[in-house]
Design a protein around this ligand. Sequence first.
Ligand code: CDP
Length: 210
Amino acid sequence: MMVAVDGPAGAGKSTVARRLAERLGFRYLDTGAMYRALTWLAIREGVPLGEGEPLGKLAEANPVEIDENGRVFIAGVDVTAAIRKARIDRDVPLVARHPEVRRVLRERQRELAEQGDAVIEGRDIGTVVVPDAEVKVYLTADPEIRARRRLAERPEIGPDALATDLRLRDESDAARMEPADDAVQIDTTHLDVEDVVARIEKLVRERLAV
Ligand code: CDP
């Protein structure tokens, strides 16, 4: 069983997807962490973020590993904390927009997805990575709420920088942020995490009962 959780930054994807995976006993796959890790490595290696071909090669040569505790590794380095910094927030869409990069990371995501029951979180999971996922949800929330949630996670960023980050990221990610036709859209503006998790869990249990 595959559960795809897509949506924009700050809609609550990560918290919901992680909690849902725990509840169901499924694996949790954070595809954003893979784009973030590659961005971290590209900066360290001095690979220009505007050039798709070398970035694709870098991705191919350095598969991202995520262990059972959710720690993220690339090129032998634990980058779990480093990939949540503002610099990476800002630069990751520049890397993620290249088809050469997406081809490599999507292939890896499919391999990981195929290893059994999983909740997979991202932007293009229900549309491109696993279009045959049995359950697809697309989480949204009002921009103000999304900014507030993100600020709670990253107090060091500051409200102005944060609003800009979310707006710029929405714009640059827009091309990949269409909900799948068969995704269930959930507006999380007025819902807490447990409500959202419970709704998706219900969809999963309904599918499992078929
Ligand atoms: O948690 P948040 O939504 O802020 O970000 P994320 O899921 O960690 O994703 C970070 C960035 O990676 C996004 O802004 C996209 O540019 C890119 N991304 C993508 O292009 N495709 C995915 N499946 C996941 C992330």
